[in-house]
Each structure stands twice: as C-alpha cells, then as structure tokens.
Design a protein around this ligand. Structure first.
Ligand SMILES: [Zn+2]
Length: 252
C-alpha cells in the first residue's frame, strides 16, 4: 500500500567543480558527499606521472592553454612580468604540456607565451611528447627569478620573459612571448664579441661544436626543428651574425 508519509523526499544536487571533483548537496545546501579528483592543473612543473595515471587520463586533457590566472600572475609579477612590461596580461597565455624527461618519465610542464603562438606550442609539444622527444625541463623562468642564465644553465625550456636581447638594449622576442628556447644547455647562443666567441649559457662549451654528435642537439634533421618550421617559426640556428640554436620565434 502506498503511504505518502513513508516516502522520504530527497532532493540531491550534484555540482561539478571543474576537473577537481564533484560535490553532492542536499535540499538544505549541506554537502553530503565531496570527492576530490586528482588536480593535475595545480601540480608543479616537473611532476612525474605514473604509467597507471597516464592510462586513466586522456593525454589531450594535459595539453592546453588558458588565460593568465591570478595565481600565475603572482608568480610572474616583478620577475618575468616586470613593472615596465608593455605586453598586456590579456595577450599572454599559460600553457600546460607533458614532456619526456631524460630518464624517459612523463612529466608535467608549463610555459607562458603570447596568445598568438599558444596553439602552435600546444600542438608542437604534443607531437614531441608522442615522439618521445627528450626535454630537460619545462617550467616558468620565474622559478629562476626570471634569470635567463640560470634557466639556460639548468637546461630549462622557457618562453616569455620581459627582457632585452643578451648583450643589447633591444627587447627580445621573448619579451613579447613570441620566442621559445628549447633544451638551452645543449643548444647554446653563440656570438662573437671583439673577435672572441661567447657562448650562453657559459656551461655549454662542450656543445658549441655543432659537427659533434650529442643528445638533445637541434639541427635540421631534428624533429623539434622540423615541427617549428611547419608552424611558421624562424630558427636562431639560421642566423648569420650569431647562432642561437635553442631559439625559435614567430613574429607575424
Ligand atoms: Zn631565445
């Protein structure tokens, strides 16, 4: 027999909070179940993902660009985003990628670029990852107090930094977020000053001779070079007055 009095009316609302998980709320707005899923978006660059995690995840979800959040801006302010920065925050994007580190682990990486090249970078890094291309590190230069020398010496791949070209007063294409340096320790910036060859970073002397064979070397046979060319970038290794083997830029 149907007895209305015995029927307990339960109204349940389920609210999703992004990739972070979900909440079940009853009619009195009390949270009755809360489940936090692993929040890969907030994990620091360099975090390694296990094979088990990678099997559960869609790789495409780990490659994306988004507007600069307050949290990312806090990290950049006064470092890569200096007080005199002429690039509006709205023109920059925060990019998350996966990369294979030298040990072959899948790691989370992060970049800041101009919005004009953000999708190029997402696509290129996805192809590099699928091809098991090895990259030392990919983290914001702010982790090195926006000191490009320290970032290069640590073989860190990075993009945006409001700074001048090394040895000049001209703004670098990095200042617009339109240039990226890949595996910089193994692909140094080489220029001649007063007849003397200077290499940056200074600990990259073993990699100045580009006829030698060594890991991470970017040349025209290299997948990284080929992908950046496909996406309309210019390579610093093609310059005449200096050679910047780590450097790709797209200014149009
Ligand atoms: Zn560069």
């Amino acid at each position: 027999m149907f007895n209305a009095g015995l029927v307990v009316s339960v109204v349940i609302f389920i609210s999703l909070f992004g990739s972070k998980g979900f909440r079940v709320i009853n009619e009195n707005q009390n949270i009755i179940v809360e489940s936090a899923l692993t929040d890969y978006a907030s994990m620091p660059a360099g975090t390694k993902l296990t094979d088990g995690e990678l099997k559960k995840l869609s790789i495409d979800d780990l490659f994306y660009s988004e507007e600069i959040s307050d949290a990312v801006m806090d990290r950049m302010q006064g470092k890569s985003y200096k007080d005199n920065c002429t690039v509006p925050r709205e023109d920059l994007r925060y990019i998350r990628v996966l990369y294979k580190n030298p040990a072959g682990d899948s790691c989370l990486g992060e970049l800041v670029s101009n919005k004009a090249i953000a999708q190029d970078l997402v696509d290129i890094f996805k192809e590099l990852y699928r091809a098991d291309y090895l990259i030392g590190k990919i983290s914001l230069v702010d982790n090195y107090n926006a000191d490009d020398d320290l970032s290069m010496e640590d073989n860190n791949t990075s993009c945006f930094n409001f700074r001048e070209v090394s040895g000049s007063k001209n703004l670098s294409k990095h200042a617009m977020g339109r240039a990226i340096d890949i595996n910089p320790l193994y692909n140094p910036y080489i220029r001649t000053v007063n007849g003397k060859k200077i290499c940056e970073p200074s600990n990259a002397r073993d990699y100045v001779d580009r006829d030698k064979d060594f890991k991470y070397k970017i040349d025209k046979d290299d997948l990284c070079y080929q992908l950046f060319m496909k996406h309309g970038f210019e390579w610093g290794g093609d310059w005449n007055s200096s050679k910047d083997y780590q450097h790709f830029q797209k200014t149009q």
